[in-house]
Design a protein. Structure first.
Length: 237
C-alpha cells in the first residue's frame, strides 16, 4: 500500500497529511490563514521528518489542484511538484470541489438522494461550484457562477441539495427553496484527499509534474490598492 503525502491549500485553510492504506499517519492543519507561504513548508518538513524516523519514503504526492485561491493553489502545487521532482515520485492532482464533496459524505451529512454542491468563494456574489450525486458523479460542470434565487432550479425541483464551503455563506440570503440545505463546517482538507488519492494511485492516474498547472477556472486579475491609487492622484495634483 502506498505512502501518500497530501497537500491542500486551495482556500484559507492549509493542511498536510501522510497516509497509508486509508490510515492517517500524520496530519497538520491551520484554519486561520491565509499564511500558506510560511506554514506549508513547515508542515511538509514535519511530515517528511516523521517518515524518515520510520525509514519510510513517500510513494506519491497528492495536491488539491483547484479551483480556489490563485495564490494558495500556486503555493500548494509548486510545493507538490518540487517534492515529486526531488524524490522522483508521481504527482496526483485532485479537484478541490471533489475533495469537499468527499468530506461531506464522510461526515454523513446527507441522505442517499441528496445532491452535493461544494462552493468556493470567488469574490462578490460569485462562487466556484459544481453538483455531485452521492457516488461523486459530477452532474453539472465546474463553473464560476453568480448566484441568484433561480440558481440550481433544475435540480431543486425534485431533489434536496446540500450547499457547503466558504462560498455557501453568501448564498444563504438568496437561495430560499425548501429543498435547499446548508452546512457550515465542511471545507477542503488533506485528510479528505486520502481515499481519492489512493484510488488514483491504484489506477496510475498521475499528472505530469513537469508541466502541471493548477485549475484556476478564471484568470488571475491583479488589482491596485485604493490607497495606492489615491496616492498617485495626489502626486499628480
Amino acid at each position: 500500500m502506498p505512502y501518500i503525502l497530501s497537500i491542500e491549500t486551495a482556500t484559507e485553510v492549509c493542511s498536510v497529511a501522510v497516509s497509508n492504506g486509508g490510515q492517517v499517519l500524520f496530519y497538520k492543519e491551520e484554519t486561520k490563514g491565509p499564511s500558506h507561504a510560511v506554514l506549508l513548508g513547515q508542515f511538509v518538513n514535519e511530515a517528511i521528518e516523521e517518515l524518515r524516523k520510520a525509514n519510510i519514503r513517500p510513494d506519491a504526492v497528492a495536491v488539491s489542484c483547484g479551483p480556489g485561491s490563485y495564490t494558495g493553489l500556486r503555493i500548494g502545487v509548486s510545493e507538490a511538484k518540487g517534492l515529486c521532482y526531488g524524490l522522483n515520485i508521481p504527482l496526483i492532482a485532485i479537484n478541490t470541489l471533489k475533495i469537499m464533496a468527499h468530506g461531506a459524505l464522510k461526515q454523513g451529512k446527507t441522505e442517499k438522494d441528496t445532491l452535493l454542491c461544494p462552493m468556493i468563494d470567488a469574490r462578490r456574489m460569485e462562487v466556484y461550484d459544481t453538483v455531485y450525486d452521492n457516488s461523486l458523479q459530477e452532474l453539472r460542470p465546474v463553473s464560476a457562477d453568480i448566484i441568484d434565487e433561480n440558481s440550481f432550479s433544475e435540480f431543486l425541483a425534485d431533489k434536496q441539495i446540500l450547499f457547503f464551503g466558504n462560498g455557501a455563506e453568501k448564498c444563504k440570503s438568496v437561495l430560499h427553496h425548501p429543498n435547499v440545505l446548508f452546512s457550515d463546517d465542511i471545507y477542503p482538507k488533506a485528510t479528505d484527499m486520502i481515499q481519492l488519492a489512493e484510488e488514483s494511485f491504484d489506477k496510475k492516474e498521475f499528472a505530469d509534474a513537469a508541466y502541471f498547472e493548477p485549475f484556476y477556472l478564471k484568470e488571475f486579475v491583479a488589482t491596485t490598492p485604493k490607497n495606492k491609487v489615491l496616492s498617485g492622484i495626489n502626486k499628480n495634483q
